[in-house]
Design a protein around this ligand. Sequence first.
Ligand SMILES: [Fe+2]
Length: 549
Amino acid sequence: MTVRISLPQADDAQDRYTRGRQLAAQRELYDWDRRPGLPPLCKGVPAPERFSRSSTEEMLGDAADSILSGAMSLIAWARGKPTRLSHYDSLYALRRRPSVSTDWMSDREFARQRMNGVNPFLITSIAALPDNFPVTDAILRGVLPDGVTLAQLLGQGRLFICDWKDLAGTPIVFGRFQVAPMALFWLDDTRTLMPLAIQLGQSPAEAPVIFTPADDKWLWLTARSYVANADGSYHEIIAHLTRTHLVMEGVWVAACRTLPPAHPLHELLRPHFTGTININDDALGDLIAPGGPIDQTMSVGVDGGLWLAEQEYRRWRLQDWNPRADLARRGVLDPAVLPGYYYRDDALMLFDMIGVYVSELLGVFYRDDEDVRNDDELQAWGRELAHDEGAAIAGFATDGERVFETRTEVFRLVQQVIYTVSAEHGAVNNGQWDQFGYIPNTPGALFMPAPTSKHMTNEARLAYAFPNFRTAVMQMAMVHMLSAPTLTPLGSYPDRFFTSSRPAEQAVDRFRSCLDDATIAIEERNSALRTEDRYIYLTPSDVGRSITI
Ligand SMILES: [Fe+2]
């Protein structure tokens, strides 16, 4: 059925009655579920939000194939040498081995993943070294070229830091280990980001030595492994689960409680929330449930995972996650400051493209700010988003009945929502197999304490800290399923999408055309790069339009 899309103030009394009755039904269907510490979510999975049977079957089938692949690898694993990290190469009976398996030991690849991996949100330009990470020129002897000092590099803006401080204090499963490390990077003389130093804790008192690439190879790889492990937890729980999946669900629940199907925002947002309530219900019911994959494969387990999600939700503010604001806060907005940060380049391009699209499409309905002020359904959505009894979106305060005064406020909010559920989620979701599908590159859990001295070590001691067969296969199964390619990319919409408004349909067509151009531009950029440096997670044709996995 084609729904005539309109603002409520443009409807007659009969149509307004229909809208009100639909909203009454929607409010019964979409009720709030409040779990202590987590963002408000939907109570249950309303029928219109349920996965099709084929989606569920595909996910279960993928997990079953991974377990089968693991089982078929068991003999090769049993015959291999547990003292070698290449032991994990035998686990791919039915799976493509991630290409990082051949390159993961290189420092350049380690640094690249901090910029263009699945967690590109920590790399920060610094003007001074933090007091709690006292790297000195003496520590870096043999790492930096002779005559090059930290003071010089700071003056030239060539030093960067990643700080996993948000992991400090996380409850860790007994017998597993995780630290909250800090890592220092520099742009070398070829303007390539390279690691300089790692501290496996938040202070010298906690982590008394600073590791560098000049250390024994296996000692340095051990330090890097604890960083990769920390980055895996930060990525999966903070950047992925909390900042995309969980905080966004409330936006749609609030929309369903306040905007009838005839409202242009309901029509626009619905395809961008396909499957989200269902996947989050699955995530909290299975993935991050006691005994589930996160509990079995990650240092943090289910208790630490939920603790981290609660901490992040407490810190999270909507406006902080505008990508331009985030990049500016970290001092890496300017390509001259940090070259080769393709996540930044593609994220900004998509963010701006979505902004133009939202303005053009909603501009068809909201011709001026007066239209915004007079839309009582829109204002109700704003109140539902802001209020503690609603979605409780932090940073979206309101002190009165009217939340939105201008078109710009509405357009910016919708831009950020669509960006977050499509592009930002693609950036954190699409590369999970590439980065976490090869255990030596990212061990989800480590089973020996982090080193606190520079005593000699070797490959066997590092391998001893790594996941066993069962845990490794489980980690691989989890991230393979989560990396499934999207079937509904950004720009795809249901057949009947704004069919009652030709100007709106034209805005959609222009958006698709811009996305096609962006896909071509990114592919051309990538084709000129080394294979290992190609950044593919924000190629629009591979970015899902909604969070469904
Ligand atoms: Fe996801």
